[in-house]
Design a protein around this ligand. Structure first.
Ligand code: ADP
Length: 260
């Protein structure tokens, strides 16, 4: 958990925010945002923490859809943007600042100035945890975020597929290079249970993330199956941990949240 792994000497970067944790993946499309959303909601509702969710995925912000938070944030008297709250989580997205469908080419310095607005330019209030949905990959933008946000820790999402795991390793190495503690690895899309015959299929392979975590001396935090309800509830902006709190999937997310 955070208490053992956090870099003790680092002060909070944003006033009132105790910890900032990144949800990262080496590859796009592995379920990083879905994980960030369900974890943030689980931390807020099951673990009773004060939680913010920052969508820093400059290549494809999906928090507005997944959390059903749309529109432009209001600006308060102290000229800070007011996060848009839903499902008990205060949300801010880079998607609020750019036009939908507009192509955005983000260079390192631009990412940093946008991030400055999205972090210190926001009236977050008191937060126990700010969850950051990172851009996928290990380029310039990711590196600047990891260094400048003074992360308390990072959580890595991967599917069990080899090409995803290779990139997940790269991500882990990037965080290590900048001394961000890795809280652990979550395997997403672990297994698919056929709704018709009930048989399990390991579409992206089996056990790969656990093995990678072991090999790299990282904690394995759990596995999330490939399920239609996860995709559908995300698309509807009503995360599965809210929509079906008693489902096996929600229990899996809650377990991970308790470990953070
Ligand atoms: P990333 O942030 O890594 O790009 P997303 O979280 O946006 O990935 O997920 C990519 C797509 O896969 C989304 O449409 C999402 O709803 C779907 N998805 C993610 N995880 C699961 C899952 N466990 N089961 C079913 N669909 C999933």
């Amino acid at each position: 958990g955070l208490n053992e792994k956090r870099v003790a000497a680092k002060g909070p970067l944003i006033e009132g925010v105790t910890d900032i944790i990144a949800i990262a993946s080496g590859k796009g499309g592995v379920g990083k945002s879905t994980t960030a959303v369900n974890l943030a909601v689980a931390l807020a509702n099951t673990c009773q923490r004060k939680v913010g969710l920052l969508d820093a995925d400059v290549y494809g912000p999906s928090i507005p859809t997944m959390m059903k938070v749309h529109g432009k944030p209001e600006v308060s008297e102290d000229l800070r943007m007011v996060p848009i709250e839903n499902h008990g989580v205060k949300c801010m997205s880079i998607g609020f600042l750019v036009e939908k469908d507009a192509p955005v080419v983000w260079r390192g310095p631009m990412v940093m100035s946008a991030l400055e607005k999205l972090t210190r330019g926001v009236g977050w209030g008191k937060l126990d945890i700010l969850v950051v949905d990172m851009p996928p990959g290990t380029g310039d933008a990711q590196l600047s975020i990891s260094q400048r946000l003074q992360l308390s820790g990072a959580l890595i999402v991967s599917t069990p597929q080899d090409i995803a795991l290779i990139d997940a390793r790269r991500g882990a190495n990037m965080f290590r290079k900048v001394q961000v503690p890795i809280l652990g690895v979550i395997e997403n899309m672990s297994c698919f249970r056929c709704p018709h015959c009930g048989e399990n299929s390991h579409i992206f392979g089996s056990g790969g993330a656990r093995r990678t975590a072991d090999e790299m001396d990282m904690e394995f935090l759990g596995e999330i199956p490939l399920e239609m309800d996860i995709r559908r509830s995300s698309d509807e902006g009503s995360p599965i941990v809210i929509e079906s709190p008693d489902s096996a999937v929600s229990k899996a997310y809650n377990d991970v949240a308790h470990k953070v």
